[in-house]
Design a protein around this ligand. Sequence first.
Ligand SMILES: Cc1cc2nc3c(=O)[nH]c(=O)nc-3n(C[C@H](O)[C@H](O)[C@H](O)COP(=O)(O)O)c2cc1C
Length: 200
Amino acid sequence: MNNINIVDIVRSRRTILDYKPEKIRRELLIELLEHASYAPNHHMKEPWKLKVYEDESRSIFGEKVVDSYIRLGLLKTLKEEKLKKARIAYDRFFTSVPHHILFYMDKEDNGGYIDDENYAAVCAFIQNFQLLAWEKEIGTMWTAKETLRDEVFINDIGLSPDKHRLIAVVQVGYPNKVPKGKERTSICDSIDWIQTKNIR
Ligand SMILES: Cc1cc2nc3c(=O)[nH]c(=O)nc-3n(C[C@H](O)[C@H](O)[C@H](O)COP(=O)(O)O)c2cc1C
């Protein structure tokens, strides 16, 4: 297998906050998502489901996200005037990003092990997508907040808290600015090598 690029792609990918206004061609987005679906997934469940917010839907979607932040108390330090300004700033952000992709899945065993497996598979799908996008110079930002568990929000976007688990919202577009890389700690700090019969 040819692996010339994979290390560079994994190491150079950045979380992108600032995007150019042009949309990614739908065919290209579909192509990247098709490739991403080769992510590992137990029993070939292919549990990933997506909603892609573009154009006019972005503002409404952003509004529902901010409603959720308010409901969850994430903006409770802001007085009325500051909150108004924050809403305007959030709207500017949501409409500055060409695509917001919501990744979700159907619940199968109400938060049990099967749901964990499916959740893990969708996360693998998301990371595949982020890397494949980066290879085409497309930026992404994986976001996940308590909003993903906010039942009112889940209803607001036409899904059902009983049936669906939200996993991430990923912003997608061509980067306007690529931030500097963040160094990682040595992986050796996280590894125990076990070689004796005593595995405790
Ligand atoms: C589950 C998850 C949730 C995240 N949520 C956010 C978020 O809400 N806001 C944000 O700016 N970045 C979020 N990130 C991106 C991380 O902040 C980012 O990956 C980290 O700072 C490392 O930067 P890099 O991706 O450029 O290497 C999230 C990443 C993951 C995996």
